[in-house]
Every structure is written in C-alpha cells, then in structure tokens.
Design a protein around this ligand. Sequence first.
Ligand code: KIV
Ligand code: ZN
Length: 551
Amino acid sequence: MQSFDHRKYRPFEPVSIPDRTWPEQTITSAPIWASVDLRDGNQALVEPMTVEQKKEFFKLLVDVGFKEIEVGFPAASQLDFDFVRWLIEENQVPDDVYIQVLTQARPELIARTYESLKGAKKAVVHVYNSTSKTQREQVFRLDKDGIKAIAVNGAKCVMEHAHQHPETEWVFQYSPESFTGTETDFAVEVCDAVIDVWQPSPEKKCIINLPATVEVTTPNRFADQIEYFCRNVKRRDSIIVSLHTHNDRGCGVAAAELGLMAGADRIEGTLLGNGERTGNMDVVTMAMNMYSQGVDPKLALGDMDRIVSVVQSCTQLPVHPRHPYAGELVFTAFSGSHQDAIKKCLANQTDDKPWDVAYLPIDPRDVGRSYQEVIRVNSQSGKGGMAYALEQEYGLALPRWLQVEFSPIVQKFAEEDGGVVEAAEMKELFEKSFMTASFPYRLGKYELSKADRDSVTAELIGTDGPVKVTGTGNGALSAFSAALGEQFGIRVDIVQYQEHALTVGSDAQAIAYVQANIDGQRFNGVAIDSDIVSASIQAVLATVNQCLASK
Ligand code: KIV
Ligand code: ZN
C-alpha cells in the first residue's frame, strides 16, 4: 500500500434526519457570542500569553462587546489562576460581563476552579469530559455508562460548590467534548443526565456546548447533528445550545453558521480564528458575514486594525493578508477589469443607497480601511487603477486617451520594479513622461491678439537664450502650434485637448492635457498653471519639447 492512500480513512456516519428544517433558515439575528481566545486560543500557542498580554487581550474583548469571555483554565495553569484572581480582585470585569473558566469533570480540579473564582460577580463554570467512541474505547477505556457517570459526577460537584458561594451569579456549562465523534443520541443521553442534575428552568438556563473538537464532516452533516440534538434534548426551553467549532476541514465558520440555522443560540470562537491545530472558528468572519447581509452582529468590529494588531502581538501569529475582512489585501484590487468595475460602482454609490459595489462585499470604511488601498497598481493592473489613484490622490482626471498612453509606461515600471506602484511614484512617472514643458525650451512672455484670426507672439527661453516666435491660427493653440512649427521646421497638429480645474492641493490651478501629431508622430504634453491659456500653450510646448528631445 502506498503511503498516500485514501483507503486508510472511513467516511463520517451521518445522523439520520430526513425531515431536517435548517436548510430553509436564514440568520436574522446575532447569537450570544462567547470568546475563547484566552483559553482555547491561548492553549494552542507556541508561547502562551503572558499576564500582560492576557490583560490587553481581555480589554479588547470587552471593547469589542463580548459579554461572555472564557478567561482560562485556572485549575490547570497557575498563570491562568493568577489572571482570574487579578480580574476579580482588581475589579476589571464590567458588571454585564460573565467570566468563564474551563475545568475537567474531576472533583479536585473543580474545587481549585472555584477557588480561583472567589468574589466573582458573574461567572460561567464550564465543565467537560470526552464522550466520543474513540476516546471512550482508547483513552478512557470506559463504556458509555462510565463516561456518563463522569459527566454526572462533574455536574453534581459543580453545583455543590456553587451553592457554597451564593454571592456569585453562577451559570453552568457542560461540553460533551468530541461531540462530532460521538453518536448523537448518546450525546443527547449524556447531556440529558447533566440537565437532570442541574434542573435548569427558562428563567435560569444552563449552557450545553456542542464542540466540533475535531471537524470531521461537511457543515451540512454537522447541522443535522445540531438539529437532531435540539429536537431531542430535554428541557430545550431551559438550555442555551452553544456551538464550539474547530476548523480542521477549513469550514469552522460555515459549520457554526449552519449550526445556528439548525437551532443553536450561542457561538464560541476566537478573534481571527486562533486555536488548537487549524484554529477555532473565527468570530470576526462570522460576525462580518452577518453584517454584510444587513444583520447587526452586536459586536463592534469597526477598528479592524486594532483587532489585528492586538491579536498579532498577543498570539505572536501573523494575520494572513487575505484573511476575510481583516487581511491587508482583502479590499485591494490589482486586476484592471476589477479596478474599472469598482471605480464605476463607487462613483454611483451614495450614503442613502444600500451598498452595491462590484468585488467589495462590504464598504472598507466600515472596518476602518480607506478607498486608497482598494485600488492598487501593479503589473497586472490596467489604466483604470492608475487613473483612479492619480485622481484620488492628486486630483488629476486623466482623459481616456491619455490613460491609454500612460498605462504601458506604468506597466513597464511595475514589471521592472516587481511590486506595487505607489501613487507618488505614478505621479513622478507622469510628470517625467508628459510635463517636460521646460526642456529644451520653456515659455517666457507671450501675447495673444484677436483680429479675423488669432495670432500669438511668444518668447521661448532655451539654453542659448530667448527666441521669439509668432504664428496665427483659429484659436490660441493653433496659432501657437503654427509659431512652433515655423520656428523648428515641423508640422504640429493638435489632435486631443482637455483641461480642468485642479481641486487637490492647489489654489485655483488648472491643468491642460494635449496630444499633438508632429510630423506624423504622436506626442502628449501636460502643464499646470494658474491661467488656463498659459497651461494649454505650455502643454503644447511640452509636446514639441519631447519631439525636439527625441531627435
Ligand atoms: O474543542 C473542544 O472540544 C474544547 C472543549 C473543552 C469545549 O475546547
Ligand atoms: Zn476547542
């Protein structure tokens, strides 16, 4: 047998629920969110967070709006224990926030867990044991009753300790760990036994958290498990069904979304998806998915740069540039056709209309990003992107014919440079290519007069001193072109002309764009001046300068 052999694996055995209803559901409101960044996320780090990092991360989670935050595994880690004590003793937990702690269903660990929580105002005690067939048979070597007994005894112990501390508002949470690898009817049986101990009511609910400890199947099959569980578990009105998905198959978010449609109420996850192995389900992505559908996710994710920065510095893990909603490149278009479509849609988009922009599922400004970073130019980009950047940054509204001329110049630069061409670099290239109105000649004084034809007399200042030129034509440009033609023995025909006022970075300046055919060759000239006629004739001079320089 070769080593890469799919026959080594077995397909997942789905639960049978032919009358499933979840496929017809839509997510229309936010779930109860619970962050597990400081516990599951922290457990998965090469270097677990320091107390200082945990403090910073906790503050971020509170600011983002989590009301349930799993802050550690205090019976397993002294650092976690100390952190929980600090939160309580230093009064760091807002009144409306529950701190949550994890413990295995073992009496000595539960006792230590409660020790860490002394004096807490509100706390979720999260107790778990593993229920899957693999764990039962190979790790614990216990039958189903033995596994159920661990859960029941853990639940009793949790309740007894809570009764000794009535000053705290307790919520109990149970997880049948490795739920996805557990026969779903057995998971229901174990959870029912725990519920029998806790006797929750609609007024005082407990949380039953169903973890995809390892993601083993497609999200639709996971949703079937959740719908089956919700239909069959006892006292459904007295429990909060919570999901805790991991991302082994890359579908952690999708599984949580379908699980929510299948009846869950609460979602555990981490900001940007850090967690064991391939991570926990990413709360940012799931919440932003809701947001992009017009559903209020009830989390404040508007300062994405802060989220990325705190997560990166506390976890020491980079955030991928293409991470949904948060990556550095996720709102950036390099391809010319995408840039063109975005540019047109953005021009139509107004604040009173629903967001409708090609290639951008949300408005980047909503997460603190700017339009500047939306369109970036590299060797794959077309004229749209560079035109957009020059207009946004410098107010240069290049006419289409000049975009056509400038685009290959930018593309060549990008190919040689090998990366992104910044707006400032493009502006420099643009000036170098078209605004050579001062070499070999620059415009000195000039005079225009109008009789039956326009005539111009101008001084051109070259390296050998001033030269006087005169010419007539139908308009100032044609007269000046005739004067230049006469002086240099060339034929200058203006084929394109455009001008506009400059609004960015200048007071009452105008820019003129000219394309001239000079002795059968095309030259483009651009000039800026406070006077539009001066700008125009300097643009003509720029075309002639280029022609002379090329000879
Ligand atoms: O993934 C998991 O099963 C867990 C449990 C402890 C909830 O993290
Ligand atoms: Zn987990």
